[in-house]
Design a binder for this molecule. Structure first.
Ligand code: ATP
Ligand code: SF4
Ligand code: MG
Length: 323
């Protein structure tokens, strides 16, 4: 598992926003501000952090659905950072996205068969055994009835629709899948089934995953490693077990302390950290460590100097005073 399928260095994505009635008041939203991450072949990396910290933007920028502002994206040893959309096209078959909302991500006027088969048409691939048979095989593989190939998305439940999205994503046998909150719109009872499906498909097809999720129990279950983001930056990267056992970054600690623990004795006695204040605006992030306005350990140095990534145990932590 040592070879990386994806290497992202110092990735930035800034959005220029014009405001005011005549649109002259401009500001820059630093949605992603210097992110480093890697995904090894066959690995699942979870990307977590509270709403608005830039998770979706990271995913979309890696897939070049957004043009990166700076940094580099290496996919299978190939630097795709500056690739045009035309040059990206053959690579799109190998890098797929699964979206959060199984309702809006499927075209309601297309049959399930057409939705799953669209990738073949776009990439001008004729699958062995024919399109229809292959699509039916894919539907079956994701746990749907292949007889339902001519049905429309509204005829399926949320969980089934997410399975359709997954069938579409794996149709071209991609190597990397970026899943943006793949189960958070689903009933809790359905979430585990879809997570297990993703797990099974990973071993079967040797997939690598970057999975964006705010639900830490999902992340803990599915990820080999976890990347914790806050306000466009990476706070901590660790193996899943290590992260949940001994978080080193104060922000990670705060995030984890909000997760309920099923054991009532531990749950009652443990320390809970409530973060005060709102997430600062990515248009005007704090100086120094971006977490300093909400960190209970903040000192002057935290307000003046950006902490470098340092190694603590097996983790990488961006903090002047790691735990
Ligand atoms: N297309 C865009 N134009 C302008 N600003 C954007 C755009 N997309 C995202 N942003 C801003 O960038 C920041 C990061 O947004 P992003 O959607 O990546 O966060 P997120 O971590 O995925 O949040 P959530 O958990 O709510 O999905 C937010 O402040 C958001 O308002
Ligand atoms: S660098 Fe300072 S403010 Fe930032 S997380 Fe560490 S202790 Fe807190
Ligand atoms: Mg998002």
């Amino acid at each position: 598992m040592s070879e990386n399928i994806l290497e992202v260095s110092n990735l930035r994505k800034y959005f220029d926003i014009s405001g005011g009635i005549i649109g002259r008041k401009r500001h820059t939203v630093k949605a992603v501000d210097g992110v480093d991450l890697t995904v090894a072949k066959g690995e699942t990396v979870g990307l977590v952090g509270e709403s608005g910290c830039g998770k979706t933007t990271v995913g979309r920028t890696i897939l070049k659905l957004y043009e990166p502002t700076a940094g580099s994206i290496i996919f299978e040893g190939e630097d795709i950072t500056k690739y045009s959309q035309r040059k990206m096209k053959p690579l799109r078959a190998q890098m797929q996205m699964i979206f959060q909302d199984p309702y809006s991500s499927l075209n309601p006027r297309h049959t399930v068969g057409d939705i799953v088969a669209a990738s073949f048409a776009i990439h001008k691939v004729t699958p062995e055994g024919g399109v229809k048979k292959t699509v039916q095989g894919l539907l079956e593989r994701v746990g749907l009835n292949p007889e339902h190939i001519n049905r429309f998305p509204h005829e399926f439940s949320g969980g089934q629709r997410q399975r359709i999205g997954i069938a579409r994503a794996i149709a071209l046998r991609p190597k990397l899948i970026i899943a943006d909150e793949p189960v958070s719109a689903l009933d809790v009872s359905i979430q585990a089934q879809v997570v297990n499906l993703l797990d099974d498909l990973q071993s079967e097809f040797g997939l690598s995953y970057l999975i964006v999720a705010h639900d830490l129990s999902v992340v803990q279950h599915i990820s080999d490693r976890v990347v914790v983001m806050y306000l466009g930056k990476v706070m901590e990267v660790a193996r899943t077990e290590d992260l949940f056992k001994s978080p080193h970054h104060p922000y990670t600690k705060a995030l984890l302390s909000a997760v309920p623990i099923p054991d009532p004795t531990i749950e009652r006695s443990r320390e809970r950290i409530t973060l005060v204040g709102d997430l600062p605006s990515p248009a005007n992030p704090p100086t120094g460590c971006v977490f300093n306005t909400r960190c209970w350990k903040a000192q002057d140095i935290c307000r003046n100097s950006v902490p470098a990534q340092r190694t603590v145990g097996t983790s990488t932590v961006a903090c002047h005073f790691p735990e």
